[in-house]
Write a protein that binds this ligand. Structure first.
Ligand code: FDP
Length: 324
């Protein structure tokens, strides 16, 4: 049975006043993400029955094992975004080089994505998701590989989808952050979380405590501040941890450590889009030294330390890391 009733659908929302007059075609990009996510969530939920779990036997550009659902999700979103008619180029965590979409895309957008975040949770029915950052092609620009190396503060919108106990799509632009839940009977998203603001209270922190022994001393002190004040929740899928903290209040931290001098997470596919959502919802995102959205990227697949969530607590961590 459908429960959409009086609710605004995602389709209605992105064609309404949400769309800035200069954002021609952005509604089509968002709906391509939504359509792709409906197919991905279906495959995620059917994967065990369809014998589609496990790895492809290949490693990606980051040297990580590619799960079959990582590959399928990447293919699905590349197809829906390319077919939208408004995407000029796609950068994907699973694909070494950018996908430059053929043909004339007059008002083209550049989309950078992690098609399935939380790979280690795929096989065990724990929440995973997809993450997207959206930039507008510069006027008159002929898109090439370097066109994708844009700082996060130039994003026009960002979105993520969590495949959890329900499927939720969160969409942010420069004026709002809203959440939509998938009505699986209708195959449509409807607004369930209007005007999301990260709570001022910060009851939770999310970090991999197993890494504590390889942190430098200032970072250890900053994590100890969190441990002494807040309850830990760590799903181990960034997108799910972030979503939880966004709705319930909290902070996520994956700092650099002795084994990962540049951190673990990807700037372009994870930190920038979620940093954009966090800031638009009143939160913050930092490396510990720099605002995430101000980083001028040098490589598509570059990694970054990430401290993300409640603004005051992000600032407190940054202060401790810097000797405050
Ligand atoms: P995963 O490797 O399972 O894809 O994107 C990388 C990521 O998950 C994040 O989603 C998650 O927050 C982090 O890695 C988990 O890393 P640890 O297992 O080292 O805690």
């Amino acid at each position: 049975m459908s429960a959409i009733g009086h609710r605004t659908t995602l389709q209605e929302y992105v064609t309404s006043e949400w769309l800035d007059q200069t954002d021609d075609g952005l509604d089509a990009v968002i709906m391509a993400i939504a359509d792709g996510s409906i197919e991905v969530q279906h495959q995620v939920r059917q994967a065990a029955l369809a014998d589609a779990l496990g790895s492809t036997g290949e490693t990606n550009v980051q040297g990580e094992i590619v799960q079959r659902l990582d590959q399928a999700s990447s293919d699905i979103f590349v197809e829906t975004l390319s077919a939208s008619g408004h995407v000029a180029a796609i950068g994907c965590e699973e694909i070494e080089k950018p996908v430059i979409v053929e043909g004339e895309v007059a008002d083209g957008y550049i989309v950078l994505m992690d098609p399935l975040d939380g790979s280690s949770n795929i096989d065990v029915a724990v929440s995973i998701g997809s993450i997207f950052g959206i930039w507008k092609r510069r006027p008159g620009e002929t898109v090439n590989d370097r066109s994708l190396l844009r700082p996060g503060n130039e994003q026009v919108a960002a979105a993520y989808v969590v495949y959890g106990s329900s499927t939720v799509l969160v969409l942010a632009n420069r004026t709002s952050v809203c959440g939509f839940t998938l009505d699986t009977a209708l195959g449509a998203y409807a607004m369930t979380h209007p005007d999301i603001r990260i709570p001022e209270e910060c009851p939770y922190y999310s970090t991999n405590e197993g890494n504590n022994k390889v942190l430098d001393e200032p970072t250890k002190r900053a994590v100890a501040v969190l441990r002494n004040k807040y309850s830990q929740r760590y799903v181990g899928s960034l997108v799910a941890d972030f979503h939880r903290n966004l709705l319930k209040g909290g902070i996520f931290a994956y700092p650099a450590d002795q084994n990962r001098k540049d951190g673990r997470l990807r700037l372009m596919y994870e930190a920038n889009p979620l940093g954009f959502v966090a800031e638009q919802a009143g939160g913050a995102a930092s490396t510990g030294y720099l605002r995430i959205l101000d980083i001028v990227p040098e490589q598509l697949h570059q990694r970054t330390p990430l401290i993300l969530g409640n603004k005051d607590v992000v600032e407190e961590m940054v202060s401790v890391i810097n000797g405050g």
